[in-house]
Write a protein that binds this ligand. Structure first.
Ligand SMILES: *Cc1c(COP(=O)(O)O)cnc(C)c1O
Length: 375
């Protein structure tokens, strides 16, 4: 557990790029408190049988670490394609799948290939702040599009924004972080049509929380739509945030395009071996997902019972409020030993679904604070 970075005096002026000057790196506080529900991690450690299988597979990989890994990660992409085909209602093949070190790297490669200097990307905020940060890091201009009062994508306003700004890349996060809001297929299709009419541009659907949704995956929409990409990750549903494995599904031409910008041998043999072991245990891991979904629904119900306003959630986290001073409430929860996330959405906080005991501790703390406020 690392603490917060100490504030060091910066007496060295470096000639960093203009757009990076004075900026802070991405990062939620990693504080050592009893109940940590702030980064949407899966609270369940990997099952021991999987841990043993990882050790076996990694040992095999270690025997060949004098060699570079499979640059194309062929076996892993075949495994991921089989997983997607089985769970997303649409058959995909290995040449439609690409993997990298977390979906953040997948998104970075996509912006390196389809964004960059002189180009722009559009997202609908509040949403995952890394979309804007990866845009900045790749020299891609960022455009913040609107959402409705209840955090949905306003289709008419979104289509207008696309027609007006003609972005090169459109981000659709479904379920959306930090609000938990899922996007329906009709909306994605409307945005896709608008993006094709305007440019044509790429539409990236970030489904980092896809497995937790009440709705089916948007993956089948890639059929016949070569400018649509769905990105996924093992960080959330697979309980493997520490592994760093994300992937995308799209037309094989998209996979060819990201290969132009990926570093050679970007995915280590150890990572590939570990991810393949995880795929062997998909059913057990999806069993945890089912438990987390029911805990998520319980958090929604019990938070509503306290009088909180709660955004419907299709993810493994819940956005709740409305507080006059959300940051003050965040701080008081921390004093109760519960760390949640203040994403800067006015009046709202976000809590990750943890184990039943962690969720109970969180709910008890909220009830206690709400009672204090009522008296
Ligand atoms: C957590 C998260 C990711 C996952 O990032 P990884 O690099 O795969 O760990 C991607 N998109 C969203 C919206 C997320 O919340």
């Amino acid at each position: 557990m690392t603490g917060p970075t100490p504030d060091r005096p910066r007496d060295v002026e470096l000639p960093v790029r203009e757009e990076l000057r004075g900026k802070s790196p991405y990062g939620a506080p990693q504080l050592d408190v009893p109940v940590r529900l702030n980064t949407n991690e899966n609270p369940y450690a990997l099952p021991e049988a999987l841990v043993a299988r990882i050790a076996e597979r990694v040992a095999d990989a270690a025997r060949a670490l004098n060699r570079y890994p499979d640059r194309d990660a062929a076996e892993l992409r075949t495994g991921l394609a089989a997983y997607l085909s089985r769970t997303c209602g649409h058959r995909v093949t290995a040449d439609q799948v690409w993997a990298a070190n977390g979906s953040n790297e997948v998104l970075q490669q996509l912006l390196q290939a389809f964004g960059g200097p002189g180009r722009t990307a559009l997202g609908f905020e509040p949403s995952y702040s890394m979309h804007a940060l990866i845009a900045r890091g790749t020299g891609t201009g960022w455009l913040a599009g609107p959402r409705t009062e209840d955090f949905r994508i306003d289709v008419d306003a979104a289509v207008d924004a696309i027609a007006t700004h003609r972005p090169d890349v459109v981000f659709v996060c479904s379920p959306n972080n930090p609000t938990g809001t899922a996007v329906d297929a009709e909306t994605v299709l409307a945005l896709y049509e608008a993006a094709q009419a305007a440019k044509p541009s790429m539409v990236i659907v970030d489904e980092a929380y896809g497995e937790f949704s009440h709705r089916p995956s948007l993956l089948p929409l890639i059929e016949g739509r070569p400018h649509l990409v769905v990105s996924r990750t093992m960080s959330k549903a697979f309980g493997a945030a520490g592994l760093r494995l994300g992937y995308l599904a799209a037309d094989p031409a998209v996979v060819d395009a990201v290969q132009l910008v990926r570093l050679p041998y970007h995915l280590s043999a150890v990572t590939q071996a570990t991810a393949l072991a995880a795929l062997e245990h998909t059913d057990t891991l999806l069993g945890y997902v089912a438990q987390l979904k029911s805990e998520r629904d319980r958090l929604v119900d019990e938070l509503r019972a306290t009088g909180c306003e709660v955004t419907d959630s299709d993810a493994n986290f819940v956005q709740f409020g409305v507080f006059d001073d959300a940051h003050a409430f965040w701080r008081r929860l921390l004093d109760e030993g519960v760390l949640v996330r203040d994403n800067g959405v006015p009046g709202r906080l976000r809590v990750t679904a943890g184990t039943p005991a962690e969720n109970d501790a969180f709910l008890d703390a909220v009830r206690k604070l709400m009672k204090e406020d009522a008296t």
